[in-house]
Write a protein that binds this ligand. Sequence first.
Ligand code: SF4
Length: 344
Amino acid sequence: MKASEIAALRAALLDWYDVNARSLPWRTEPGEATRTDPYRVWMSEVMLQQTTTVHAAPYFHAFTERWPTVSDLAAAEDADVMAAWAGLGYYARARNLLACARMVAQDYDGVFPDTEEALLKLKGVGAYTAAAVAAIAFGRPANVVDGNVERVMSRLFAVKQEVPAARPELKRLAGMFVSDHRPSDWPQALMDLGARVCRPKSPLCEQCPLSFGCVAFKEGEPQTYPRKAKKTERPHRLGHAFALRDGKGRVALVKRPDNGLLGGMLGLIGSDWSTAPAYAPPFEGDWFEAGTINHVFTHFSLDLTAHVATGTSDDPAVIWMDEAEALASLPTVFRKALERALAA
Ligand code: SF4
């Protein structure tokens, strides 16, 4: 594509963005001189990985109200941050969020570094987040490529290669548009176009400011891009979760080991998750089966059977928590199991 065509597409999209930018809690308006707070940009980008803006927004509000600056977050208790993250999924990100905040507070006096290169050195900050914070918060020209941008590029250039193999090529294509003219608005404009117009299943090409230069649109089947390699089927696992209630409105929880799935989060006491988990209630009691819930993780799906009993435990590892508070603090898979247990 010629430089003049790139320039025409850039101008068309930025004009569209000036009128159609999404209003998001972590944003300033298009072209606004005040830079967006890097703490808010960084947090939103971490939360938005694998999560929609609608789902992330209440968490973003809750986090920034409770911990308004990166130094406030750095000083927070691990357990409070993990509990506040419950429901957002991908819990390793919450641990990295805290580790990164502490790094910024201790090593950078609470001020985020302002280059992609320096941002990349922060705990849990990958190429995407570093580019997004550098561009959006600091106005640095950076190639910010998320799923929306990949989709737009695959269609604009009708890339026939399948993802994930095509990712380097999609990134190269996106890189052709990086410029020091409105570097903060450009990636946000592309993301908004991907979310609102160049939608995954039903792109609204007739409303698209880029249709004049879009090869997939001209071919007639833009929705078939990006081409995707066939997915292998997710393995299936089984597990048991034990909701021990004390009869006074509290339920027994444990803190999961720091490493591994849902590491450091609160959970119900339970078995391993495998093809044949052992049924081994942790305490003597009158256990009965409350039902089975399904939960899909990235690498496997889980049928978790909830069992419930009333009793006590003197195990020091047990954390007794008010049932309503437990429902608000547990990661989704355990919340669903506890809901099933309490409804039985
Ligand atoms: Fe996407 Fe259609 Fe716009 Fe092409 S014309 S970028 S396929 S919305």
